[in-house]
Design a protein around this ligand. Structure first.
Ligand SMILES: Nc1nc2c(c(=O)[nH]1)N[C@H]1C(S)=C(S)[C@@H](COP(=O)(O)O)O[C@H]1N2
Ligand SMILES: [Mo]
Length: 199
């Protein structure tokens, strides 16, 4: 140990998994918001799933927080090139929220208090890959990071993780959201570096 064999290129020192291309690691937690942080009192907060036929399923804060909880630990990747490892969340899986929702939709448009929207295939909200998160690092999610609750879809660039999420509209046709309309990629896979439309 500690002896470098001349000419031996070796392996990386640790088993640190690679980051998506073009990303760098940050230890702090940057705040990226396109507008002011909305104030959302818990007694009026609700989360609503609206199907393509107009059916609605809604949860009050008390109902939402009484659902089965998960505690995902995930890496997150912002399109502005910062990534953060091993972030700890608590929230409700979209599998739980979509359970029993009768739909043939293939797309979803998440919408937020404050007006932000973002679109993604409905399949990407299923399969244990997406949550409505309301706690971060052992505390209630701070308002600047999307509290009371935000979408958490860590396998896509973080702009898909709508802060202050208020609901999801299920759709049979794709409809671009806020950043997607502004030229960002429709899908946003960080491993394929899908930053902008056409990437
Ligand atoms: N409602 C809303 N959600 C949002 C945004 C926003 O401006 N408004 N910004 C997105 C972007 S670009 C990123 S990188 C992350 C930033 O989350 P953070 O501020 O908790 O780091 O939130 C995403 N969700
Ligand atoms: Mo972002």
């Amino acid at each position: 140990m500690g002896i470098v064999t001349p000419g031996f290129q070796g392996r990386p020192r640790s088993a640190e998994p690679a980051l998506p291309p073009g990303q760098y690691l940050t230890e702090d937690f940057p705040v990226l918001s396109a507008g002011p942080t909305p104030k959302v009192p818990l007694d009026t907060w609700e989360f609503v799933i609206t199907t393509e036929t107009g059916e609605e399923v809604r949860w009050s804060w008390a109902e939402f927080t009484a659902l089965p909880q998960e505690t995902p630990t995930v890496d997150i990747h912002c399109v502005t090139r910062w990534s953060k490892r091993q972030t700890d969340w608590q929230g409700v899986s979209l599998d739980v929220l979509l359970d029993g929702v009768d739909t043939e939709a293939t797309y979803a448009l998440a919408h937020s208090y404050g007006g932000y929207t973002t679109n993604l295939p409905l399949a990407d909200l299923r399969g244990g890959r997406a949550w409505v998160a309301h706690r971060y690092s052992g505390r209630d999610l701070p308002p600047e990071h999307g509290g009371p609750a935000r979408l958490l879809v860590p396998h896509l660039y973080f702009w898909k993780s709508a802060k202050w999420v208020r609901g999801i509209r299920l759709k049979t046709m794709d409809e671009p959201g806020f950043w997607e309309t502004a030229g960002y990629h429709d899908y946003g896979d960080p491993w394929r570096e899908q930053r902008y439309a056409g990437d």
